[in-house]
Design a protein around this ligand. Structure first.
Ligand code: PHE
Length: 449
C-alpha cells in the first residue's frame, strides 16, 4: 500500500455491490428480532416515531460520517482515526470491542433461528409457542449446540474468505426475504383482531414517551445500522473515489428502516390477534411468527423458508461483526488470519455460553448495578452505552477535532452535496448534544430513577 493507501487495495466491483454489502450488514436480527420487540416494549407507535426521527437526523449523519472517514483513509477503523489525527485510534477501538461483545449474544439468537428451522422441518412447533420457546431457551444444553453451530458457520465463512459467494447469494436472498416478509405482513394484518395491534404500532401514545424510549431508540438505530463499530468505515474504505456518498448514506438507512418497519407489521398485529403480550421481550419473534404461519396455507414450508432467510440475514451481519475483530488483530498485531479466527471465535463461543445460560441455569445471576442477566447486560452495555458513545465521539471527532471542511470536501470530491449545510449542523451540533442529553437522562432514569 502506498502513502495514501490507494495502491493495490481491493475495491467494490460496483456501487450496487457496496450497497448490498452495507445493507447486508445492516439488515439482520436487529431488524427482524430486535426492532419489533423493542417497539412492543416501549409503547408501540411512540417508539416507532422516535426511531424514525432519530434515523433521519442521526442515522444519516453518522452513516455519512463513517463513509467519509473510511473512503478518505482507506484503512481499518482504528488506523483510520489515527491517520486523521494521531492518538485518536481508540475511538475505533471502542467500536471494535462493541462489535466483539455484540457477536457473543447475537450468535445465541442466531442459534435460536437455526433451532426454528430444524423444528419447522420436523413439524415440532406446537400451538403453545410461548411454552415451547421458554422451555427451549432455558434448557441447559440444546441452545448451546445451536449457538455453537451458528458461531462455527460465521467462523468458517470469515476464515475461508468466501464473502464473495455471500455477496452473490445476497443478491437473491435479500429480495426473497423482502417478499416473504411482505406475505407475512399481509397475513398478520388480516388476522381477526389485528386492528388493535395496528393501532398500537402506528398511533403514537405520547403519554408513553420517556427518556428511556429515546435511549432505546437511539441504541437501536446504531445497532440496526451497524454504526459506531467501524463497520461502515471498513466497508467505506473499499469505495472508489467516484461513489456518491451522500446518496448511499440515505439509501442504506432507508432499506434498513423499511425492513424493520415491515417486521413490526408482520409481528405486532399478530401479537394482539393471538392475545399475546407485546411487552414480553426477546421471544416475541419466535413466539408470534410460528402462530402466523400456522394460520396460513402451506404454513410449515413458509415458516421454514422464512427462518432460513432470517438465518441468512443474521449471517451476513455476524460475519461483519467478526471481521472487525479479525482485521484488527491481523493488521495491528500481525496475527495469522486463521489463528485469529479460531481464537476470537472460540472466545466468543465461551462468552456466548454465559449469555445463553442466563435464560436458564444462570437466570438468578444478575450483574450488580444493572440488575440484568448476563445476556441482557451485554445487549444493554453495547447498545445503550458503547454504540451511542462511539457515535458521540465520532461526531465530535469530525466536527471539532479532525477538520469538518476536509470531511465535506471528501463528499464533494465525487458528487454535489446538497445537504452540506444541514450535515455540518447535524454533525457538529445536533448529534453530539442530542446523544449526550439522551445518554445522561436515559441512564439516570434506568440506573437511579
Ligand atoms: N445491524 C445488524 C442487525 O441489525 C447487527 C450488527 C450490528 C451488525 C453491528 C454489524 C454491526 O442485525
Amino acid at each position: 500500500m502506498d502513502q495514501n493507501g490507494n495502491n493495490n487495495r481491493a475495491s467494490w466491483g460496483s456501487s450496487f455491490g457496496f450497497l448490498m454489502a452495507a445493507a447486508g450488514s445492516a439488515v439482520g436480527l436487529g431488524n427482524l428480532w430486535k426492532f419489533p420487540y423493542l417497539a412492543g416494549e416501549n409503547g408501540g407507535g411512540i417508539f416507532v416515531l422516535t426511531y424514525l426521527i432519530i434515523v433521519i437526523l442521526i442515522g444519516f449523519t453518522m452513516m455519512l460520517g463513517e463513509m467519509v472517514i473510511g473512503r478518505k483513509t482507506q484503512t481499518d477503523a482504528f488506523s483510520a482515526y489515527d491517520k486523521l489525527k494521531k492518538g485518536w485510534g481508540w475511538i475505533g477501538g471502542v467500536g471494535i470491542l462493541a462489535a466483539f461483545l455484540i457477536l457473543a449474544f447475537y450468535s445465541v439468537v442466531g442459534g435460536w433461528v437455526l433451532k426454528y428451522i430444524v423444528a419447522g422441518i420436523l413439524n415440532a412447533i406446537p400451538a403453545d409457542t410461548e411454552t415451547y420457546f421458554g422451555a427451549f431457551i432455558s434448557a441447559p444444553v440444546e441452545p448451546l449446540i445451536y449457538h455453537g453451530i451458528f458461531m462455527l458457520a460465521t467462523v468458517l465463512i470469515v476464515a475461508r474468505g468466501i464473502t464473495a459467494g455471500i455477496e452473490r447469494a445476497s443478491k437473491f436472498m435479500m429480495p426473497a426475504l423482502f417478499v416473504l416478509l411482505i406475505i407475512s405482513v399481509v397475513r398478520s394484518v388480516t388476522l381477526p383482531g389485528a386492528a388493535e395491534g395496528l393501532a398500537y404500532y402506528l398511533k403514537p401514545d405520547f403519554s408513553a414517551f420517556s427518556p428511556q424510549v429515546v435511549l432505546a431508540a437511539i441504541g437501536q438505530v446504531f445497532f440496526s445500522l451497524s454504526l459506531g463499530m467501524g463497520i461502515i468505515i471498513t466497508y467505506g474504505s473499499y469505495l472508489g473515489k467516484e461513489e456518491d456518498l451522500a446518496k448511499d448514506a440515505i439509501v442504506v438507512p432507508a432499506i434498513d428502516t423499511m425492513v424493520a418497519l415491515l417486521a413490526g407489521f408482520a409481528i405486532l398485529p399478530a401479537v394482539f390477534a393471538f392475545g399475546l403480550s407485546p411487552t414480553q421481550g426477546a421471544g416475541l419473534l419466535f413466539v408470534t411468527l410460528p402462530q402466523v404461519f400456522a394460520a396460513m396455507p402451506l404454513g410449515q414450508i413458509f415458516g421454514i423458508l422464512f427462518f432460513l432467510l432470517v438465518l441468512f440475514a443474521a449471517l451476513t451481519s455476524s460475519i461483519s461483526l467478526l471481521e472487525t475483530s479479525i482485521t484488527y488483530t491481523v493488521d495491528r498485531f500481525g496475527w495469522q488470519r486463521k489463528n485469529s479466527v479460531v481464537i476470537v471465535g472460540l472466545t466468543l463461543f465461551v462468552i456466548g455460553i454465559l449469555a445463553s445460560l442466563s435464560y436458564g441455569v444462570l437466570g438468578d445471576f444478575k450483574l450488580p448495578f444493572l440488575d440484568l442477566v448476563f445476556f441482557d447486560a451485554l445487549d444493554w452495555i453495547t447498545s445503550y452505552i458503547m454504540l451511542p458513545l462511539g457515535g458521540l465521539m465520532m461526531s465530535i471527532f469530525i466536527g471539532w477535532i479532525w477538520n469538518i471542511d476536509e470531511a465535506v470536501d471528501e463528499v464533494k470530491s465525487s458528487s454535489p452535496f446538497h445537504l452540506e449545510a444541514l450535515w455540518r449542523f447535524l454533525i457538529r451540533w445536533f448529534a453530539p448534544v442530542a446523544i449526550l442529553i439522551v445518554l445522561i437522562t436515559g441512564l439516570y432514569q434506568q440506573l437511579i430513577g
